[in-house]
Design a binder for this molecule. Sequence first.
Ligand SMILES: [Fe+2]
Length: 238
Amino acid sequence: MKNKVFKSVLEYKKSLGDWHYDPSVQSTDCQYVGRIIDLDFSKIKKKLSNKGSEHSCEIYPEDFKNGKKIPNQLDPYTIAAQKIDFFRKWYTKHNSQYTQWIDNRDELPDEFMEIKKLTKLRFSTIACFKQDPGQATPWHFDVHRAVAEKAKKINDKKENVKRYLLFLEDWHWGHFLQIGNSVLSHWKSGDIYTWNYGMYHLSCNGGIVPKWTCQITGLPTKNSLHFLKNQFEFSIKK
Ligand SMILES: [Fe+2]
């Protein structure tokens, strides 16, 4: 049977039936993991190196196949495929900017290594993410390329890769995230959320101050924070 050609990654994802893909359903699509109670990001922030911004719509040479940048020619589980999905026409280098420090690429203050250790995720990477007012990271799902490759090497599935989203500062006006149909706002510094592999999400800053978050990605162990029953407060100083 000939494989169906999908017009977009979103259309392909809908065909999998891995979620309801209905904005009117009041579903809970993320999990509250708990809060790091002794996180002082104001101190850590001063140690971050200066670096330039990137944006979500940047097209790289590897985003082309046979001379065309058509999503259905690409593996849907690549960042490239999502970058050129149909709704991305609304997003440009002007409205999808962010600054990101990743431990396997950039210098990061030691405190991030303490956070990483606390999560008890294996083969993990950690990144600090800054989004200025007026910027959005459009509807996408994560492919966790670096950790997924490590998972493959030990015969684990990419679907088992977990990402924790950690809020580095208290919520401020105009800051929000949406995971599936769950909208997050009013968080406190140290709050951690996670969601299942492949779930669409987005992030916006329509406010007046930058939004700072951190993501830790790895393979879970039995002691990883989202598995701890009845424990919602964590400390990095212990
Ligand atoms: Fe993401």
